[in-house]
Ligand binder design. Structure first.
Ligand code: PEP
Ligand code: MG
Length: 753
């Protein structure tokens, strides 16, 4: 059964559209269960009706015509109860409705299972049998398994189908849900970015010149043919006859009458060369994979290989992405930090990533740059959006494709309001962050990119609460040397001097990868990360510490911060190395003060050790991004569980308050540098808890300052008292939103509200 299941999922997965996917499902499931009928009914959310979308066994004429209300018939029962309905004699069931057009009167046995994706019923999968017998337990659980596995494929195909339909109608606005990444609104044109050498990732794109694409393709094809011929000659003596014959097969497949010819035909239909290649190769691969003969099935790998070879040549001819529209909405399956950094900043209006989550690294960088971003937009049909006009609503985590005039006008007004808000915030630049009743708090910035320095100083930052050193490490092809690091760090320290700059030691691992230091792990967030790596590699750690300390000569505004600490042993080992590096430098003649050393509390184990850790260091900084992830056991990078990631969760709030209280008992200063510090309502709550400083991206600084300057600490402490009594993060969120609204600060949360 397992191999049948795998095969069904694989075949359905490679269907070109929803219609084909559903046709394959009913055909394959009917054969697998050996039953008379298999049908799929899909739910139309707007009409609140199930429509028969595919069947094998019922009257094919009724497909697309027969429909049922959400509570009608046995299909409606399956959807309402969200569980299988398995009956020996369907007609005897009180909810049975006879659908004349389908010709189902002769079928007695009925088994229907819901198709559920992300807790939403998408439709119902039904099998029926003439025989008056109940489907057995094995058949029922098989159908449940098939349905659960196919739900995601159906959801995706359905969204793409709706998208294509929308593209034809060209009116209204098609809404696609994602996760809030970086606040703000962007209206612009989609520029799809994809990793090179991945045929499946190549998007559809309309070429400027068909003749040019045909030419590019022919050059690439000829180059691959030549490579194969060369290989054939080179391996002549070392291969057996039949193995050598394979090269002739390859050359024939590439012939203009075969694959080569079909790709040219596709280009002439209006596709660019890489897109035409993807479509034709995927089609061939699918056909080979469906063959019963294992030898022929194996040939799918050959076609894939040839496809990759041609793609490699094509991508040499024309790079992955050179042209960015002036109002680029950068879109990718998994947009990485380097993809964002490679795009010209002045053209980058918004970002949409199908994967990732609010606290993935790319998103943090996007926030630092102030680019409206939506992540986890899994239903966006990435192959079909190139060049389309889109709206990205980073406040709500929504994207609109094919926006109507009305929608464009609405969002245009919000954009205008945003501009005015930003202009209005300018007035706060040189004012202190002090409440109306005189409570003062330091507002620091998180940095890492070079551009952060100017932006932070421009916003009146009082210091750097977190300099993510891994970012300059990421844009190189090897570890930077001690001198190179010293120069990079000096630039930061000098730009902010005499203000303090908190430099975090290398925090790689998790979702922060260095291209030249790959770490492959099953569970990277619980693996070799942060201080664990640098303590295992003292040579890397010591070079970094030496570079930091040397860079601070004459400035003395450096603070060193250690990430991912889970025990006092790690603190002691790291402190020992830091002191060793310092004393060596002093011995070498450097005149420099020993920098304060701090620890990030971002692991639950460290929360309970706050006192023991605080005793050993000079300051504490809370990494609420990771602390939330680890306290709630929610991967900060996983869009599927993003709805569970709440920094305002009561467990997080209580942990934060505890850390602040213990640090103050130990007379140690405590700051917070996670993303929640940059969200105005959360920032007020953190101030009420007693944090000495808040560190955030420069883009958030003036908003947070504006909020602080318009409240009394006394009032915000009352909010905190109320919030700490609540046991539900959603309630905390709406309570805070309401208080912000009542205090006249709603516009800071989201303009246009
Ligand atoms: C955090 O975890 O809150 C933090 C500031 O560090 P990073 O997001 O870089 O892991
Ligand atoms: Mg962290």
């Amino acid at each position: 059964m397992l191999s049948t299941l795998r095969r069904i999922v694989q075949e359905v997965n490679s269907a070109l559209d929803l219609e084909e996917a559903l046709r394959l499902i009913v055909h394959l499931v009917r054969n697998a269960i050996n039953t008379d009928v298999c049908s799929v009914y899909l739910l139309d959310f707007n009409r609140k009706r199930y429509t028969l979308m595919a069947t094998e066994g019922l009257n094919p004429e009724s497909v697309g015509k027969v429909s049922l209300g959400v509570s009608e018939g046995l299909v409606g029962q399956v959807g309402l109860r969200e569980e299988p309905v398995n009956i020996q004699n369907a007609a005897s069931h009180p909810k049975f409705i006879y659908l004349k057009e389908t010709g189902e009167e002769k079928y007695n046995a009925f088994l229907g299972v819901p198709i559920i994706h992300q807790a939403k019923v998408l439709g119902v999968l039904v099998v029926q049998h003439v025989e008056d017998r109940q489907f057995d337990e094995g058949e029922e659980s098989f159908l449940v398994t098939v349905s659960a596995q196919l739900a995601g494929v159906i959801a995706h195909a359905k969204a793409s189908g709706e998208f294509a339909e929308f593209a034809n109608r060209e009116k209204g606005g098609n809404r696609i849900e994602g996760v809030k990444g970086s606040t703000g609104i962007a209206i612009g044109h989609a520029a799809v970015i994809f990793p090179p050498a991945d045929l499946d990732a190549v998007p559809d794109r309309k070429p400027d010149s068909i003749a040019k694409e045909v030419r590019i393709f022919r050059v690439a094809l000829e180059a691959v043919r030549q490579d194969i011929k060369n290989l054939q000659v080179r391996l002549e003596d070392s291969l057996r006859m039949e193995e050598r014959d394979l090269f002739d097969v390859y050359l024939r497949v590439l012939d203009k009458n075969s694959l080569g010819g079909e790709i040219v035909k596709k280009i002439r239909e209006g596709h660019w060369a890489q897109g035409a290649l993807r479509i034709v190769v995927q089609h061939y691969v699918r056909n080979f994979e469906l063959m019963e003969d294992p030898y022929l099935r194996e040939r799918s790998a050959d076609v894939k290989d040839l496809g990759m070879r041609i793609l490699a040549k094509l991508q040499q001819v024309g790079p992955v992405r050179l042209d960015y529209p002036d109002d680029t909405i950068l879109i990718g399956e998994d947009v990485t930090t380097s993809m964002v950094m490679e795009a010209p900043r002045e053209k980058l209006a918004g970002i949409v990533s199908l994967r990732g989550s609010r606290n993935s690294h790319m998103t943090i960088v996007a926030r630092a740059l102030g680019i409206p971003t939506v992540v986890g937009a899994q239903e966006l049909p990435i192959h079909q959006v190139e060049g389309n006009l889109l709206i990205v609503d980073g406040y709500r985590g929504i994207i609109f494709t094919h926006p109507s005039e009305e929608l464009l006008k609405y969002y245009g007004e919000i954009l205008e309001e945003e501009k005015q808000l930003v202009a209005g915030l300018e007035a706060y630049r040189d004012l202190p962050a002090v409440t109306k009743d005189g409570h003062n708090i330091a507002l620091w910035v998180n940095t890492g990119l070079l551009a952060d320095v100017a932006r932070s100083l421009n916003q009146g930052a009082e210091g750097v609460g977190l300099y993510r050193t891994e970012i300059p490490f990421m844009v190189r092809d090897r570890f930077p040397s001690e001198n190179e690091q010293e120069a990079i760090y000096r630039e930061q320290l000098q730009a902010f001097a005499p203000r303090p700059v908190t430099m975090r030691t290398l925090d790689i691992g998790g979702d922060k990868a260095l291209p030249y230091f790959p770490i492959v792990e099953e569970n990277p967030f619980l693996g070799w990360r942060g201080i664990r790596i640098t303590l295992d590699h003292p040579e890397i750690f010591l070079v970094q510490i030496r570079a930091m300390i040397k860079a601070s000569v004459g400035l003395d505004n450096l603070r060193i911060l250690m990430p991912m600490i889970s025990s006092v042993l790690e603190v002691e080992e790291a402190c020992y190395l830091i002191h060793r590096a310092y004393h060596e430098l002093v011995e070498e003649g450097f005149k420099v003060k020993m920098p304060p050393v701090g620890v990030m509390i971002e692991i639950p184990a460290a929360v309970h050790l706050t006192k023991n850790i605080a005793e050993r260091v000079d300051f504490i900084s809370v990494g609420s991004n990771d602390l939330t992830q680890y306290l709630l056991a929610v991967d900060r990078n996983n869009a599927r569980v993003a709805y569970l990631y709440h920094s305002l969760h009561p467990s997080v709030l209580h942990a934060l308050k505890y850390i602040v209280d213990v640090c103050h008992q130990e007379n140690k200063s405590v700051s917070i540098c996670g993303e929640m510090a940059g969200e105005p309502a959360s920032a007020l709550l953190l101030m009420a808890m007693g944090f000495d400083s808040l560190s955030m991206s420069a883009a958030s600084l003036l908003k947070v300052k504006a909020a602080i300057r318009q409240v009394d600490i006394k009032t915000v402490k009352e909010w905190l008292l109320e919030a700490m009594k609540m046991d539900n993060p959603e309630v905390v969120r709406s309570y805070l939103d309401l208080e912000m609204e009542l205090a006249g600060l709603g516009g800071l949360v989201r303009p246009g509200k």
